[in-house]
Design a protein around this ligand. Structure first.
Ligand code: SAM
Length: 296
Protein backbone atom coordinates (compact mmCIF):
# COMPACT_ATOMS: atom_id res chain seq x y z
CA UNK A 1 0.00 0.00 0.00
CA UNK A 2 1.28 3.50 -0.88
CA UNK A 3 1.32 5.79 2.15
CA UNK A 4 2.11 9.47 2.14
CA UNK A 5 5.42 10.42 3.71
CA UNK A 6 5.72 13.24 6.30
CA UNK A 7 7.60 16.31 5.12
CA UNK A 8 6.49 16.04 1.48
CA UNK A 9 4.22 18.09 -0.74
CA UNK A 10 2.18 15.99 -3.18
CA UNK A 11 0.73 17.60 -6.31
CA UNK A 12 -2.25 15.37 -7.05
CA UNK A 13 -4.21 15.23 -10.32
CA UNK A 14 -7.94 14.58 -9.94
CA UNK A 15 -10.54 13.60 -12.61
CA UNK A 16 -11.75 16.09 -15.24
CA UNK A 17 -15.26 14.65 -15.12
CA UNK A 18 -15.29 10.89 -14.78
CA UNK A 19 -14.57 9.84 -11.21
CA UNK A 20 -13.23 6.53 -12.48
CA UNK A 21 -10.15 8.42 -13.64
CA UNK A 22 -8.83 8.93 -10.11
CA UNK A 23 -5.68 6.84 -9.82
CA UNK A 24 -5.08 4.31 -7.04
CA UNK A 25 -2.05 6.33 -5.99
CA UNK A 26 -4.00 9.61 -5.87
CA UNK A 27 -6.66 7.96 -3.69
CA UNK A 28 -4.04 6.59 -1.32
CA UNK A 29 -2.15 9.84 -1.00
CA UNK A 30 -5.35 11.85 -0.40
CA UNK A 31 -6.43 9.34 2.24
CA UNK A 32 -3.14 9.44 4.14
CA UNK A 33 -1.80 13.04 4.01
CA UNK A 34 -2.20 15.32 7.03
CA UNK A 35 -4.19 17.90 5.05
CA UNK A 36 -5.25 18.87 1.54
CA UNK A 37 -4.90 22.32 -0.01
CA UNK A 38 -7.75 22.77 -2.50
CA UNK A 39 -8.76 25.47 -4.97
CA UNK A 40 -12.39 25.19 -3.84
CA UNK A 41 -12.87 23.29 -0.58
CA UNK A 42 -16.58 22.61 -1.23
CA UNK A 43 -15.85 21.13 -4.63
CA UNK A 44 -12.98 18.98 -3.33
CA UNK A 45 -15.09 18.05 -0.29
CA UNK A 46 -17.58 16.41 -2.69
CA UNK A 47 -14.82 14.48 -4.44
CA UNK A 48 -13.42 13.29 -1.11
CA UNK A 49 -16.85 12.21 0.12
CA UNK A 50 -17.38 10.19 -3.05
CA UNK A 51 -14.03 8.49 -2.35
CA UNK A 52 -14.93 7.92 1.31
CA UNK A 53 -12.09 10.19 2.50
CA UNK A 54 -12.36 12.64 5.37
CA UNK A 55 -9.43 15.08 5.64
CA UNK A 56 -8.87 18.64 6.81
CA UNK A 57 -9.10 20.98 3.82
CA UNK A 58 -7.52 24.39 3.44
CA UNK A 59 -8.40 26.71 0.58
CA UNK A 60 -5.63 27.76 -1.77
CA UNK A 61 -6.63 29.81 -4.79
CA UNK A 62 -5.22 32.55 -7.02
CA UNK A 63 -6.10 35.27 -4.50
CA UNK A 64 -4.60 33.81 -1.30
CA UNK A 65 -1.91 31.48 -2.61
CA UNK A 66 1.06 33.76 -1.98
CA UNK A 67 -0.05 34.64 1.53
CA UNK A 68 -0.86 31.04 2.53
CA UNK A 69 2.05 29.18 0.96
CA UNK A 70 4.61 30.07 3.61
CA UNK A 71 2.47 28.82 6.53
CA UNK A 72 1.55 25.61 4.68
CA UNK A 73 5.18 24.86 3.88
CA UNK A 74 6.12 25.56 7.52
CA UNK A 75 3.64 22.84 8.55
CA UNK A 76 5.24 20.44 6.09
CA UNK A 77 8.70 21.22 7.46
CA UNK A 78 7.31 20.56 10.94
CA UNK A 79 6.46 17.01 9.85
CA UNK A 80 3.04 17.16 8.14
CA UNK A 81 2.39 15.86 4.65
CA UNK A 82 0.36 18.06 2.31
CA UNK A 83 -1.53 17.32 -0.91
CA UNK A 84 -2.37 20.04 -3.41
CA UNK A 85 -5.39 19.54 -5.68
CA UNK A 86 -7.32 21.83 -8.01
CA UNK A 87 -10.99 21.65 -9.00
CA UNK A 88 -10.21 19.23 -11.83
CA UNK A 89 -7.26 17.75 -13.62
CA UNK A 90 -3.63 18.57 -12.94
CA UNK A 91 -2.89 21.44 -10.54
CA UNK A 92 -0.79 24.29 -11.99
CA UNK A 93 -2.06 23.59 -15.54
CA UNK A 94 -4.18 26.75 -15.92
CA UNK A 95 -4.77 26.33 -12.18
CA UNK A 96 -3.28 27.58 -8.89
CA UNK A 97 -0.25 25.98 -7.23
CA UNK A 98 2.78 27.66 -8.75
CA UNK A 99 3.54 29.82 -5.69
CA UNK A 100 3.14 26.86 -3.31
CA UNK A 101 5.43 24.58 -5.33
CA UNK A 102 8.02 27.34 -5.65
CA UNK A 103 7.85 28.04 -1.89
CA UNK A 104 8.35 24.32 -1.22
CA UNK A 105 11.38 24.16 -3.49
CA UNK A 106 12.90 27.24 -1.92
CA UNK A 107 12.43 25.72 1.54
CA UNK A 108 14.07 22.47 0.40
CA UNK A 109 10.80 20.49 0.65
CA UNK A 110 10.49 17.62 -1.82
CA UNK A 111 7.57 17.98 -4.24
CA UNK A 112 6.08 14.73 -5.54
CA UNK A 113 3.79 14.61 -8.61
CA UNK A 114 0.85 12.20 -8.59
CA UNK A 115 -0.05 12.35 -12.29
CA UNK A 116 -3.47 11.82 -13.79
CA UNK A 117 -6.08 13.55 -15.93
CA UNK A 118 -5.32 16.75 -17.81
CA UNK A 119 -7.83 18.14 -20.32
CA UNK A 120 -5.10 19.42 -22.67
CA UNK A 121 -3.41 16.03 -22.93
CA UNK A 122 -6.73 14.13 -23.19
CA UNK A 123 -7.76 16.44 -26.08
CA UNK A 124 -4.41 16.03 -27.82
CA UNK A 125 -4.72 12.26 -27.61
CA UNK A 126 -7.92 12.31 -29.72
CA UNK A 127 -7.30 15.41 -31.86
CA UNK A 128 -5.73 13.59 -34.80
CA UNK A 129 -3.12 16.33 -35.11
CA UNK A 130 0.67 16.14 -34.75
CA UNK A 131 1.69 15.60 -31.14
CA UNK A 132 5.46 15.23 -31.47
CA UNK A 133 5.69 18.90 -30.55
CA UNK A 134 2.88 21.00 -29.11
CA UNK A 135 2.43 24.26 -27.35
CA UNK A 136 -0.07 24.86 -24.53
CA UNK A 137 -1.55 28.35 -24.73
CA UNK A 138 -4.22 28.02 -22.03
CA UNK A 139 -6.95 30.66 -22.23
CA UNK A 140 -6.76 33.38 -24.87
CA UNK A 141 -7.73 36.94 -23.89
CA UNK A 142 -11.50 37.31 -23.48
CA UNK A 143 -11.83 40.42 -25.70
CA UNK A 144 -11.65 39.99 -29.45
CA UNK A 145 -9.06 42.73 -30.14
CA UNK A 146 -6.60 41.32 -27.61
CA UNK A 147 -7.39 37.77 -28.72
CA UNK A 148 -6.64 38.52 -32.36
CA UNK A 149 -3.44 40.30 -31.36
CA UNK A 150 -2.29 37.21 -29.43
CA UNK A 151 -3.27 34.91 -32.31
CA UNK A 152 -1.31 37.13 -34.66
CA UNK A 153 1.78 36.52 -32.52
CA UNK A 154 1.11 32.77 -32.72
CA UNK A 155 0.50 32.66 -36.46
CA UNK A 156 3.99 31.41 -37.30
CA UNK A 157 4.05 28.80 -34.52
CA UNK A 158 4.79 25.45 -36.14
CA UNK A 159 3.84 23.27 -33.19
CA UNK A 160 0.27 22.07 -32.62
CA UNK A 161 -1.49 24.65 -30.44
CA UNK A 162 -3.71 23.77 -27.48
CA UNK A 163 -6.21 26.28 -26.04
CA UNK A 164 -8.75 26.17 -23.24
CA UNK A 165 -11.96 28.11 -23.92
CA UNK A 166 -15.18 29.00 -22.14
CA UNK A 167 -18.34 27.74 -23.91
CA UNK A 168 -19.87 31.21 -24.30
CA UNK A 169 -16.81 32.37 -26.23
CA UNK A 170 -16.30 29.39 -28.54
CA UNK A 171 -18.12 30.93 -31.55
CA UNK A 172 -16.10 34.15 -31.37
CA UNK A 173 -12.89 32.29 -30.68
CA UNK A 174 -13.24 29.96 -33.68
CA UNK A 175 -14.13 32.98 -35.83
CA UNK A 176 -10.95 34.75 -34.73
CA UNK A 177 -8.85 31.62 -35.24
CA UNK A 178 -10.18 31.36 -38.80
CA UNK A 179 -9.66 35.07 -39.41
CA UNK A 180 -6.03 35.04 -38.25
CA UNK A 181 -4.84 31.51 -39.08
CA UNK A 182 -6.86 30.78 -42.24
CA UNK A 183 -8.13 27.31 -43.19
CA UNK A 184 -6.14 25.02 -40.89
CA UNK A 185 -7.24 21.74 -39.36
CA UNK A 186 -8.46 21.83 -35.78
CA UNK A 187 -10.34 19.80 -33.18
CA UNK A 188 -12.85 20.96 -30.60
CA UNK A 189 -13.03 18.50 -27.68
CA UNK A 190 -15.85 19.12 -25.22
CA UNK A 191 -16.96 17.49 -21.99
CA UNK A 192 -14.13 14.96 -22.12
CA UNK A 193 -14.71 11.84 -19.99
CA UNK A 194 -18.29 12.99 -19.27
CA UNK A 195 -21.72 11.91 -20.51
CA UNK A 196 -21.84 14.42 -23.37
CA UNK A 197 -18.26 14.01 -24.52
CA UNK A 198 -17.99 15.11 -28.16
CA UNK A 199 -14.99 15.56 -30.42
CA UNK A 200 -15.47 17.69 -33.54
CA UNK A 201 -12.63 17.59 -36.08
CA UNK A 202 -12.39 19.55 -39.33
CA UNK A 203 -11.10 22.77 -40.81
CA UNK A 204 -11.42 25.96 -38.78
CA UNK A 205 -13.97 27.06 -41.35
CA UNK A 206 -16.31 24.09 -40.88
CA UNK A 207 -15.88 24.20 -37.11
CA UNK A 208 -16.66 27.94 -36.97
CA UNK A 209 -19.83 27.43 -39.02
CA UNK A 210 -20.86 24.41 -36.97
CA UNK A 211 -20.36 26.27 -33.67
CA UNK A 212 -22.85 28.89 -34.84
CA UNK A 213 -25.49 26.30 -35.68
CA UNK A 214 -24.99 23.57 -33.09
CA UNK A 215 -26.15 24.55 -29.59
CA UNK A 216 -24.40 21.53 -28.02
CA UNK A 217 -21.02 22.76 -29.21
CA UNK A 218 -21.47 25.86 -27.04
CA UNK A 219 -22.03 23.88 -23.84
CA UNK A 220 -19.70 22.47 -21.24
CA UNK A 221 -15.94 22.50 -20.94
CA UNK A 222 -13.89 22.85 -24.09
CA UNK A 223 -10.37 22.35 -25.41
CA UNK A 224 -9.46 23.57 -28.90
CA UNK A 225 -6.46 21.99 -30.65
CA UNK A 226 -5.16 23.68 -33.81
CA UNK A 227 -2.68 22.49 -36.40
CA UNK A 228 0.60 24.41 -36.33
CA UNK A 229 1.52 26.86 -39.08
CA UNK A 230 3.50 25.61 -42.02
CA UNK A 231 7.19 26.08 -41.92
CA UNK A 232 8.07 29.40 -43.44
CA UNK A 233 8.34 28.85 -47.18
CA UNK A 234 11.98 29.95 -47.12
CA UNK A 235 12.96 27.24 -44.69
CA UNK A 236 11.93 24.43 -47.01
CA UNK A 237 13.13 26.05 -50.20
CA UNK A 238 15.80 24.39 -52.25
CA UNK A 239 17.96 27.53 -52.02
CA UNK A 240 18.02 27.45 -48.25
CA UNK A 241 18.80 23.72 -48.22
CA UNK A 242 21.63 24.24 -50.67
CA UNK A 243 23.08 27.16 -48.70
CA UNK A 244 22.74 25.34 -45.39
CA UNK A 245 24.26 22.17 -46.83
CA UNK A 246 27.32 24.12 -48.00
CA UNK A 247 27.69 25.94 -44.69
CA UNK A 248 27.27 22.74 -42.65
CA UNK A 249 30.05 21.05 -44.58
CA UNK A 250 32.47 23.78 -43.47
CA UNK A 251 31.21 25.17 -40.18
CA UNK A 252 29.85 24.09 -36.80
CA UNK A 253 26.04 23.82 -36.81
CA UNK A 254 25.19 26.95 -34.86
CA UNK A 255 27.54 29.13 -36.95
CA UNK A 256 26.08 27.67 -40.17
CA UNK A 257 22.56 28.34 -38.88
CA UNK A 258 23.43 31.94 -37.91
CA UNK A 259 24.73 32.69 -41.40
CA UNK A 260 21.76 31.01 -43.13
CA UNK A 261 19.35 32.99 -40.93
CA UNK A 262 21.14 36.26 -41.69
CA UNK A 263 21.19 35.49 -45.42
CA UNK A 264 17.56 34.35 -45.81
CA UNK A 265 15.64 36.06 -43.00
CA UNK A 266 14.13 32.66 -42.07
CA UNK A 267 13.34 31.93 -38.41
CA UNK A 268 16.28 30.57 -36.41
CA UNK A 269 14.31 27.74 -34.76
CA UNK A 270 13.13 26.41 -38.08
CA UNK A 271 16.57 26.69 -39.71
CA UNK A 272 18.18 24.99 -36.72
CA UNK A 273 15.70 22.12 -36.89
CA UNK A 274 16.30 21.80 -40.62
CA UNK A 275 20.07 21.75 -40.00
CA UNK A 276 19.69 18.89 -37.53
CA UNK A 277 17.53 16.96 -40.01
CA UNK A 278 20.07 17.56 -42.77
CA UNK A 279 22.94 16.44 -40.56
CA UNK A 280 21.12 13.20 -39.81
CA UNK A 281 20.67 12.46 -43.49
CA UNK A 282 23.95 14.01 -44.65
CA UNK A 283 26.48 11.97 -46.61
CA UNK A 284 29.35 10.87 -44.39
CA UNK A 285 31.89 13.42 -45.59
CA UNK A 286 29.55 16.36 -44.71
CA UNK A 287 28.75 14.84 -41.32
CA UNK A 288 32.45 14.27 -40.67
CA UNK A 289 33.36 17.81 -41.65
CA UNK A 290 30.64 19.16 -39.34
CA UNK A 291 31.88 16.96 -36.53
CA UNK A 292 35.52 17.95 -37.05
CA UNK A 293 34.75 21.64 -37.09
CA UNK A 294 32.46 21.42 -34.03
CA UNK A 295 35.21 19.83 -31.95
CA UNK A 296 37.08 22.26 -29.71
N1 SAM B 1 -6.03 21.82 -14.51
C1 SAM B 1 -7.00 21.45 -15.50
C2 SAM B 1 -6.40 20.40 -16.41
O1 SAM B 1 -5.49 19.68 -16.00
O2 SAM B 1 -6.85 20.26 -17.55
C3 SAM B 1 -7.52 22.66 -16.26
C4 SAM B 1 -8.14 23.71 -15.42
S1 SAM B 1 -8.75 25.09 -16.31
C5 SAM B 1 -9.18 26.19 -15.03
C6 SAM B 1 -10.34 24.56 -16.81
C7 SAM B 1 -10.44 24.42 -18.33
O3 SAM B 1 -9.92 23.16 -18.73
C8 SAM B 1 -11.87 24.41 -18.84
O4 SAM B 1 -12.37 25.74 -19.02
C9 SAM B 1 -11.73 23.70 -20.17
O5 SAM B 1 -11.21 24.55 -21.15
C10 SAM B 1 -10.68 22.64 -19.80
N2 SAM B 1 -11.34 21.42 -19.33
C11 SAM B 1 -11.41 20.96 -18.06
N3 SAM B 1 -12.11 19.80 -18.02
C12 SAM B 1 -12.49 19.53 -19.28
C13 SAM B 1 -13.23 18.48 -19.89
N4 SAM B 1 -13.75 17.48 -19.17
N5 SAM B 1 -13.42 18.51 -21.23
C14 SAM B 1 -12.90 19.51 -21.97
N6 SAM B 1 -12.21 20.53 -21.45
C15 SAM B 1 -12.00 20.54 -20.12
Amino acid sequence: MIKSVPGLLYVVATPIGNLGDISARAREVLATVSRIAAEDTRHTGQLLRSLGIDKPLVSLHDHNERARSEALIAQVIAGESLALVSDAGTPLVADPGYALVRAAQEAGVRVVPIPGACAAVAALSVAGLATDRFCFEGFLPAKSVARRARLDELKGEERTLVFYEAPHRIVEMLGDLLHVFGPRHATVARELTKLHETVYAGTLETLAVRAQQDADMKRGEIVVVVEGGERAAATTSTDLRRLLGALLSELPTSRAVDIAVAATGARRNAVYRLALEMKQTAPEDTADATQRLSDP
